[in-house]
Ligand binder design. Structure first.
Ligand code: CTP
Ligand code: CA
Length: 224
């Protein structure tokens, strides 16, 4: 079934959504970041609000302003996102992890690095927030992740679905130009344990509705 945006079918749900791209400081003025604009996460937040959900939006830096009506928590680093997400986890009936989270944090310098200093950055792995949220969730809470891939999309997506013990994963091909990062449009495949739903190239707003439709199906058909 296609989305029906006139129905408040998410009334009663509290959806915790992460969006944007985390930043890891290198020194007081520099960071390691990524190309996430926050548009996909914000589109899901906006659609979820319109469909009647309470939305807790944990936003790392983004290129755009968050949609109205959401409870916005601003964070910068992966560690801050982890803390904010854990703080609000037990209010959530659905968790959607759309943020692009750094896999590594940096041992940051306390003073601004000089041109002739430190060409080697000391990296430490960050926590897999999605996996931690899935492990610590309340019974009945649905957890959905994203995977931005450049190759072997479906196999990589299925592996992450398993490894992170989540209910669904939205896989996008970020190697295609004009889609995904920095774009108004997106395409992908929503994988659950039993299903595979392709979403052809469309606006992030329309893709958000499709993603929420699939989550709604998981609620009503929990064995999919
Ligand atoms: N994610 C997370 N915490 C991290 C890294 C990723 O919660 N430290 C989440 C992302 O928000 C996304 C999902 O995990 O919803 C998949 O992210 P991805 O980078 O594709 O997976 P990784 O497990 O980091 O694997 P890799 O980068 O090696 O492909
Ligand atoms: Ca990663």
């Amino acid at each position: 079934a296609s989305s029906n945006t006139s129905i408040d079918d998410l009334t009663g749900e509290t959806i915790l959504i992460t969006a944007g791209g985390t930043r890891e400081a290198i020194d007081p003025v520099r960071f390691i970041g990524n190309r996430s604009s926050g548009r996909m996460g914000f589109a899901i937040a906006e659609a979820a609000r319109r469909r009647g959900a309470r939305v807790i939006l944990i936003a790392a830096p983004t290129a755009i302003a968050p949609p109205a009506g959401c409870e916005v928590v601003c964070v910068t680093s992966a560690a801050e996102m982890q803390a904010a997400a854990l703080k609000h986890l037990h209010e959530a009936t659905i968790v959607i992890m759309a943020a692009a989270v750094s896999d590594y944090t940096v041992k940051a310098a306390t003073q601004k690095l000089k041109r002739d200093q430190s060409r080697i950055l000391e990296l430490e792995p960050t926590t897999d927030i999605l996996r931690e949220l899935s492990t610590r969730r309340n019974p009945g809470t649905l957890v959905i992740g994203f995977a931005a891939e450049t190759e072997d999309l479906l196999a990589n997506g299925r592996a992450k679905l398993e490894r992170k013990s989540i209910d669904a994963i939205v896989v996008n091909d970020v190697s295609s130009p004009n889609l995904g990062f920095d774009s108004q449009n997106n395409a992908g495949t929503i994988l659950t344990k039993a299903t595979e739903v392709a979403i052809p190239p469309t606006t992030k707003a329309a893709m958000a509705e499709r993603i929420l439709d699939e989550i709604k199906k998981l609620r009503t058909q929990p064995n999919s």
